[in-house]
Ligand binder design. Sequence first.
Ligand code: GLC
Ligand code: CA
Length: 563
Amino acid sequence: MANQIYSIIMKKIWWKEAVIYQIYPRSFYDSNGDGIGDLQGIIQKLDYLSDLGVDVLWLSPIFASPNLDNGYDISDYRMIMPEFGTMADFEELLAQAHHRGLKVILDLVVNHSSDQHQWFQESRAASDNPYSDYYIWKDEIPNDWQSFFGGPAWTYDDQRQAYYLHLFTSHQPDLNWEHPALRAEIYDMMNFWYDKGIDGFRMDVIPLISKDQSYPDAVSDNFDQVIFHNYANGPRLHEYLQEMHQQSSGRYDVMTVGECIGVTDQNCMMYVDERRKELNMLYHFEHMSLDTENGEKYSRTSYHLSDFKRIFQKWDEALGAQGWYNVFLDNHDFPRMVSRFGDGGAYRLQSAKLLATMLLTLRGTPCIYQGSEIGMTNVSLSQIEEADDIWAHNYYHEQLAKGDAPAGIMARINACGRDNARTPVQWSAEHHAGFTTASAPWLKVNPNYTEINVAQAEADEQSILLFYKRLLALRKAYPTLIYGAFTQRMPEHESLFIYERHDDAGHFLVLLNFSADEVEHVQDISVEAELIMHNYDSPGAASFLRAWEARVYNYSVKFEIKQ
Ligand code: GLC
Ligand code: CA
């Protein structure tokens, strides 16, 4: 299976060839000096993005929202958040992006809305109005479900005098997909955006939309298991996704990306097998919980590289020729990838380039999160007041109540928290990293902006930014890096990740040393091989990889490498 040349049968299509760049608008660039990133700020940076060489911009939610969960709590799906701009600003952004050949996808957050949404306001008011069944109401709490951000998933509403379900905060009530009028309303809203010309949607926690109507208790104490068995993959999920495709996305030439929490290599094809007409691609979280205890957000354990590699191997096999996914190592919900999977200290430069090499040479649509292209790192907050994320605040107070010391809690928040990824993009060494002219940005800039910033990277021949540009150009030049089969070498090795990408059109060998030690790679590199990417400026000993060294070889001739 792993050696199969999929590209012979694999359908070639733009969204497999694209590279996504995720923008968290609040932190991207502030154009009007109020301390908050905005749509005009994105417009001003479009040349930067097109010059980088990415193809699709995914914007985290830009819709009206009270911002309890920074836009993932939407109060009006058809309105732009005033802090970000107006509908005219959005239309200008879309036109300017398209003009540069960039596509734009938006965030579809339809497992839940904000409790400030008019639908919820009406729904809580009475049990016999058109919106009564838009949410999930129960007279008694039916089970022991806990919300993702801590605390019970059911909250009593005084007005309606019933309990409603919220898998996230109590201000994010879950929508009732069992109700046909709600579903029709969602598809209509999606078409409203498609008709404006957007190029697709990233779908927030989409596997959660169908609920088991018997509302059973949680299967286990392990939250990953609860997500898989209780929250995700509900009985009518695939019916809904097919209906959504028929009523909406399938009518346009767009891409759909499922944020597939609770989906494994065993059931992924149910979502993305192209013959099923549900989603184009998904992203999963298996490698993102490898270094956690039982899927606990604020825990960090060591992990084996062989397990990390096995995850990529088994997903590549599971998706085969008919499925597709995203490759990502960080986003707005996780720590910075260089601090987590690389070395954010002494080997920041090498390890950020190594991770970039991996991200852009695996089979799948890569997703680059803003700031990773300059190697932005985690931030260190000294007290909870400096944190913005509701999840961090909830966790802090929960742990404090259990008697935990503040310093220990902050250490875990700093290692695992979402604010790491949400600090403003570091554009220059100027005040507040050139992100804003306001006296203070909405979230503190990482103090390392004086060294790590775009202006510095643009002036430096050895920068991570330039390395990304070269990798992005390489991926465009060689379709083998997109469609070619993925074959691992030495899968059990605990420091090296070595693989080939190959098909009838080409053959590449990627060597990555995930450690600060010099390691012998035992690969017999043929003399015909051309070293086309390298994160050190000099070659080094032929059979060894230095600390965090990454190399990509292009083979002009067929070759065999010994295990
Ligand atoms: C997704 C988003 C995350 C959000 C949650 C609830 O996981 O990526 O940021 O908090 O869904 O919408
Ligand atoms: Ca602004």
